[in-house]
Design a protein around this ligand. Structure first.
Ligand code: TYD
Length: 145
């Protein structure tokens, strides 16, 4: 089933996405098209770099934002919490991204030296879309206001 036909209006899921690669003796080329390889129109791209090995990033969820996170270079850990269960992913392959839909708490750490984390996002930056309090996030997911 093409990615664009997948239900994207749900919440609380992550999944790994494999991007295409075109390899020849000159090297590897990977590409990504919004609505085709990721299940949303890409409205923003940002990247993290020069991240100290002991730094922690993330520590929030989003009310509406969907993202796909890649390690373009190096590696790092992504800790995921859907409000009920925790999981973790080590990203280290620039062809593999982690799709994170709305209402997922994420934390990132253990960045290798020189790691570059690229994020494709479904909306422009909006601080009002962030949930930065873990207790509030858990209550929202569990329907406790
Ligand atoms: P934040 O999303 O908290 O970073 P991370 O989750 O990677 O730890 O953002 C850190 C700061 O950067 C915050 O002040 C908001 C700002 N920012 C923007 O202005 N635009 C953006 O697209 C992003 C992602 C962050």
């Amino acid at each position: 089933m093409p990615m664009s036909e997948l239900e994207t209006n749900d919440q609380g899921h992550v999944r790994l996405i494999d991007l295409p690669v075109v390899s020849d003796p000159r090297g590897d080329l990977t590409f990504v098209e919004g609505g085709r390889h990721v299940p949303f129109a890409i409205q923003r791209v940002y990247y993290l770099y020069n991240v100290p090995v002991d730094a922690e990033r993330g520590g929030h969820a989003h009310l509406e934002l969907e993202q796909v996170v890649f390690a373009l270079s190096g590696s790092f850990r992504l800790k995921i919490d859907d409000g009920h269960q925790q999981s973790e992913y080590w990203l280290r392959d620039p062809r593999k991204g982690l799709y994170i839909n709305r209402m997922i708490w994420r934390e990132m750490d253990s960045f290798s030296q020189g790691a570059v984390c690229m994020v494709l996002a479904s909306k422009p930056y909006d601080e009002a879309d962030y949930i930065r309090d873990h207790g509030k996030f858990t209550n929202l997911v569990r329907g406790i206001s």
